[in-house]
Write a protein that binds this ligand. Structure first.
Ligand SMILES: Nc1ncnc2c1ncn2[C@@H]1O[C@H](COP(=O)(O)OP(=O)(O)O)[C@@H](O)[C@H]1O
Ligand SMILES: [Mg+2]
Length: 238
């Protein structure tokens, strides 16, 4: 198996409190893996380590075989509270990561504009975030994350604040665009259904880390007996 992102032997302790120790995560190229677990278990901490914004006490993170432990900027990362800035237009918000990287504002905006159609945001370039629905704001935040550069995307509870109907639509939409764009994704969720719907592999963070592989998902997977069986298995691990 070809892994685009790996984390091996990852340990982290805050003030004598061991959050996890010796964790291994493997993200196959072009696939989605979910990190599932209750609040406070250490999902965001693990994501910070994967992205390079936080150093682990032990262990190593590699991207395409290269050591990126503690080196941010190689992976697109959408943090849990990744809000759009209210005083910038949607287009300006989406272009910001490029501007921060040193791309000229006009060029950054032009590059960002090209994706609006694909992300379902056509016509909203010059609106302000408050004029968008929750789902659209989240698509804009995802586009802003995607535009940071990379084929590897880390998403920390991206759909957590959405109502159930919008959330289901966004999950379907993300399945489609991640295939079309060839993204490799690590997504954090505390929702078992969301993990099963989006992921090819689920890491269940409970006492230790358990891996559940989901292969050959049929259409309407969430209506199958296999889905229910996996859900029971995961709930028993949490
Ligand atoms: N920078 C930090 N300093 C000290 N404790 C922290 C820090 N970041 C997180 N923690 C603690 O680590 C635990 C895991 O937090 P977090 O990774 O945010 O969990 P999750 O994302 O699963 O809800 C929590 O008990 C939290 O209080
Ligand atoms: Mg968190």
């Amino acid at each position: 198996m070809n892994y685009i992102l790996t984390a091996e032997g990852i340990s982290k302790t805050f003030d004598d409190k061991t959050i996890f120790s010796g964790l291994d995560i493997h993200l196959p190229e072009g696939k989605t893996v979910a990190l599932l677990g209750p609040s406070g278990i250490g999902k965001t901490t693990l994501m910070n380590i994967l992205s390079g914004v936080m150093l682990p006490d032990r262990g190593k993170v590699t991207l395409c075989g290269e050591d990126i432990t503690g080196k941010p900027g190689h992976i697109s990362y959408m943090q849990q509270k990744d809000l759009l800035l209210p005083y910038y237009t949607v287009l300006h918000n989406v272009a910001l990561p490029l501007i921060i990287k040193g791309v000229k504002k006009k060029e950054a905006m032009e590059r960002a504009r090209q994706y609006f159609d694909f992300f379902g945001l056509q016509g909203y370039e010059n609106k302000y975030p408050s004029e968008l629905s929750g789902g659209m704001r989240q698509r804009a935040a995802l586009l802003r994350t995607y535009i940071q550069s990379d084929k590897v995307v880390l998403l920390d509870e991206p759909f957590g604040a959405l109502d159930a109907v919008t959330r289901a639509k966004m999950q379907k939409w993300y399945l489609e665009i991640s295939k079309e764009l060839g993204l490799s994704t690590v997504i954090i969720t505390h929702d078992t259904d969301e993990a099963l719907i989006l992921a090819d592999k689920v890491y269940v963070m409970g006492e230790g880390l358990r891996v559940i592989d989901i292969e050959n998902k049929p259409d309407d997977f969430e209506l199958t007996e296999e889905f229910i069986r996996l859900k029971k298995e995961i709930v028993s691990l949490l």
